[in-house]
Ligand binder design. Structure first.
Ligand code: ADP
Length: 220
């Protein structure tokens, strides 16, 4: 199978499950469950979650479909603080809901040679994951690293087992597939793809129940 057929097969598989669930919920409602308002309400909420998952999948698909990927990148000098502001403001609702503090510790004038939209997307995906996979009242820190062009996103979250680390960058891979609500398994594959386009590297250090650090190194 070539890469394109591979993606189509994976995507069809991922779309099928939420669709099957919505179909079953609607059929059950039509078969009479609609008359039990409490049960009906629960089913509609489940259907709504499945629809949101489909929406997430479709929104992310353009980034992983061969031929549609952002191949031609234009690099420029970008202040990492701008990408941080974007990531922090875009995730503020989620962070507030979980009472997680997100802080930025950047060297003055710290710049990265990158496409600004793609850098925003990388940081947003990493910060969003850091918040998602951290329990309430935890913290997330974005900081510039020691080397030029290096920065990291650190969380006090659930952590990742060593054996899982190489797998999490694969398309649609989720560690706790069954528990993974509001998750598509696409975020890190998009991050990896963007970083590959920039000749940048990503490494992960993690301890279960303590937290994870995702370090990104752009060529200086
Ligand atoms: P998604 O978050 O939509 O499932 P990702 O590709 O962003 O997809 O991440 C893949 C998997 O890696 C997640 O499902 C989760 O199991 C794991 N993961 C990613 N970031 C973290 C993190 N900061 N802490 C713990 N696990 C993480």
């Amino acid at each position: 199978m070539d890469e394109e057929q591979n993606v189509i097969a994976e995507v069809s598989h991922e779309l099928r499950l939420p669709l099957a669930n919505i179909k079953l919920l609607v059929e059950t409602l039509l078969d009479g469950a609609i008359d039990d308002s409490e049960a009906a309400n629960k089913m509609l909420l489940r259907a709504q979650r499945e629809i949101e998952r489909l929406e997430d999948l479709v929104n992310n698909l353009l980034s992983v479909t061969p031929g549609r990927q952002f191949e031609a990148i234009e690099k420029q000098s970008v202040f990492l603080s701008d990408a941080c502001d974007y990531a922090v403001s875009s995730t503020s609702e989620l962070a507030k809901k979980k009472q997680i503090t997100v802080t930025c510790h950047l060297q003055e004038g710290f710049c990265i040679q990158a496409n600004p939209d793609q850098l925003n997307q990388v940081l947003l995906n990493l910060v969003e994951n850091a918040i998602k996979y951290t329990n309430d009242h935890g913290s997330v820190k974005i900081a510039s690293g020691i080397a030029d062009g290096s920065f990291y996103v650190e969380d006090t979250g659930i952590g990742i087992a060593q054996s899982e680390i190489p797998k999490i960058f694969k398309r649609f891979y989720r560690i706790n597939r069954n528990k993974a609500k509001g998750s598509t398994g696409l975020g890190l594959s998009i991050v990896k793809h963007i970083l590959d386009l920039h000749g940048a590297k990503i490494t992960v250090k993690s301890t279960l129940q303590e937290g994870s650090t995702f370090t990104v190194e752009f060529p200086s």
